[in-house]
Write a protein that binds this ligand. Structure first.
Ligand SMILES: O=C(O)c1cc(=O)[nH]c(=O)n1[C@@H]1O[C@H](COP(=O)(O)O)[C@@H](O)[C@H]1O
Length: 240
């Protein structure tokens, strides 16, 4: 696992359609978190210009668009997104090896073409909002731990930099996939916080102790009455 300052492990999910809200959040929590995650809601409303504006605040940006399509289409999407210069991007592991390999090749070529750092590509395994019964509903007989491991092995072999998984799978993934494969972990809830739609959950300190590189934390920070204090409390829990 890379050496990272405890608070810098946290990416706050700015799940908003408003550029001014995302900028306010970035300014408020800067110093207490390691970066900000922008998702489909933000990208749909604010587009590439919005991403560039948030990046200008100086925090690392994780652009979470969870690409999932045929290899050619994903490769072109990755090429179009790479010049934004974000630190992390997501695609669904279940798109399969050819899709993941096409994405890695496209990101590498586009980084050279546009003279930017290559974004780290993370494959989303089994969403943290899903449990065994949700997997059964989509025809997957494996339990989440087995399915995450299967997808993560395949994603590593396809050349991506890491995966998005729940904290419950970290130990098995670390043991099998080694210290350098990035584990980005949502479904994080401080003790006593509402789980909302998340089903595979752990506290920030437990997830880091298990071996997470980064934690994705949204509502426990963004819906707090004092967002800066909430982010700082998590940083303190982590040892910053
Ligand atoms: O890719 C993600 O970031 C992601 C994957 C996953 O399995 N579960 C998950 O919750 N996320 C994202 O992590 C964030 C979690 O937000 P909160 O539940 O509010 O902490 C959301 O922005 C989700 O889109």
């Amino acid at each position: 696992m890379a050496t990272i300052a405890p608070h810098a492990r946290v990416f706050c999910a700015a799940d908003t359609d408003s550029l001014s809200s995302a900028l306010d959040l970035a300014r408020e929590i800067k110093g207490a978190v390691g970066g900000i995650k922008l998702g489909l809601e933000f990208f749909g409303a604010c587009g590439p210009a919005g991403v560039t504006a948030v990046r200008a605040e100086g925090l690392p940006v994780f652009l979470d668009l969870k690409l999932y399509d045929i290899p050619n289409t994903v490769a072109h999407a990755v090429r179009a997104l790479t010049p934004l210069g974000v630190d992390f991007m997501t695609l669904h592991a279940s798109g399969g090896p050819a899709m993941l390999q096409a994405a890695v090749a496209a990101a590498t070529a586009a980084a050279t073409e546009f003279n930017v750092a290559r974004p780290q590509l993370l494959a989303v395994t089994v969403l943290t909002s899903m449990d065994k019964s949700d997997l059964e509903a989509i025809g997957v007989a494996a339990d989440p731990a087995e399915q995450v491991l299967r997808l993560a092995r395949m994603a590593k072999a396809a050349g991506v930099d890491g995966v998005v998984c729940s904290a419950h799978e970290i130990k098995a993934l670390r043991a099998e996939l080694g210290p350098d494969f990035i584990l980005m972990v949502p479904g994080i809830r401080p003790m006593g916080a509402d789980h909302g739609d998340q089903k595979r959950v752990m506290t920030p300190a437990e997830a880091v102790a298990a071996g997470a590189d980064h934690l994705v934390i949204g509502r426990p920070i963004t819906q707090a009455a004092d967002r800066k204090a909430a982010a700082r409390a998590i940083a303190t829990e982590l040892g910053s």
